[in-house]
Design a protein around this ligand. Structure first.
Ligand SMILES: NC(=O)c1ccc[n+]([C@@H]2O[C@H](COP(=O)([O-])OP(=O)(O)OC[C@H]3O[C@@H](n4cnc5c(N)ncnc54)[C@H](O)[C@@H]3O)[C@@H](O)[C@H]2O)c1
Length: 281
């Protein structure tokens, strides 16, 4: 018996990282999964996004738990692709109870016309809003929507100090927090909940890439993992360099379940105390 027996969860960015971890964690509680991922590259992103082999591995891990999964390639920027992916999952499953709008990118600074800002906001904000929009018609009272923000949206001055990619990322995540509060209030009379989780640095490829390393070590032209080893723990109040995907998945599972039935419109930090620290002077 799991906390989510008989429920169906839609997870974006499910091919790897936190998205795969969420899909597997929700399946371990009894949910069937509708999974999507872009499985392709986006021009301004300087690290590899997931592949169809990654998505196949998520399918394998969910099925190993004796849960069903319908996985498709879809881009969260393109609303009709999400509509089709949800419809494909609804055919066998017949219902949708949980939505996890997790897909995200951290673009570099590339492009002469702020393309990195556009890509970041298209995926990290509009992609989240598209995911919610295509899901809402299928949700009933008791449904739970969880969107992924970031403490990057809470760091004083991040939107102004970073270049186009980091600025777009930070602004998108900041806007997610307001979006959740505004829409949660509208959904509350229907007993549909909407909450955001804001992770600190998490041990995935979105963190381990040259553009994030540059944000931590702006003094270096080509910072490597070794160069940021000391800078990473300085972010959190607790003595860790980063959290793991499962640390977010455990909170996703809680917010998806009845255990959190009266929590809505909440912006929940999972940040090892990062945002309690005073901003560097
Ligand atoms: N890793 C961190 O340090 C960190 C910190 C705070 C917040 N986040 C957020 O967590 C979420 C998950 O990221 P992650 O850390 O697992 O990184 P990740 O790069 O491992 O996973 C992101 C997934 O999203 C997919 N994706 C990207 N663009 C997409 C699109 N347009 N359509 C569909 N899928 C797309 C990627 O292919 C990948 O599988 C993101 O929203 C990210 O912004 C990450």
């Amino acid at each position: 018996m799991g906390n989510l027996d008989g429920k169906v969860a839609f997870v974006t960015g499910a091919a790897r990282g936190q998205g795969r971890s969420h899909a597997v964690r929700l399946a371990s509680e009894g949910a069937d999964i509708i999974a999507v991922d872009i499985c392709d590259q986006i021009g301004t992103v300087n690290y590899p996004l997931a592949t169809s082999d990654d998505l196949a591995e998520t399918v394998r891990q969910v099925e190993k738990l004796d849960r069903r999964i319908v996985a498709s390639v879809a881009d969260v920027r393109i609303r009709h692709q999400l509509t089709e992916a949800v419809a494909e999952g609804l055919t066998p499953f017949g219902r949708l109870d949980i939505v996890v709008a997790n897909a995200g990118i951290y673009p570099g600074q590339g492009g002469s016309r702020c393309e990195a800002f556009i890509d970041a906001t298209d995926v990290d904000l509009i992609g989240v809003m598209n995911t919610v929009a295509v899901s809402l018609p299928h949700l009933q009272a008791g449904a739970s929507i969880i969107v992924t923000g970031s403490t990057a949206g809470m760091i004083e001055g991040a939107t102004e100090k970073l270049g186009p990619g980091g600025s777009g990322y930070s602004w998108a995540k900041q806007t997610i927090a307001r979006y959740v509060e505004a829409l949660a209030l509208q959904l509350a009379p229907q007993s549909i909940r909407l909450n955001a989780i804001h992770p600190t640095n998490c041990n995935t490829l979105l963190l381990h890439n040259i553009d994030v390393y540059k944000a931590f070590r702006p003094d270096l032209e080509e910072p490597t993992r070794e160069d940021v080893v000391d800078a990473f723990p300085a972010m959190q109040a607790m003595p860790i360099p980063y959290i793991e995907p499962i640390d977010i998945s455990n909170v996703v599972a809680f917010l998806a379940s009845e255990q959190s039935r009266y929590m809505t419109g909440v912006n929940l930090r999972v940040d090892a105390g990062a945002m309690l620290k005073p901003a560097p002077v």
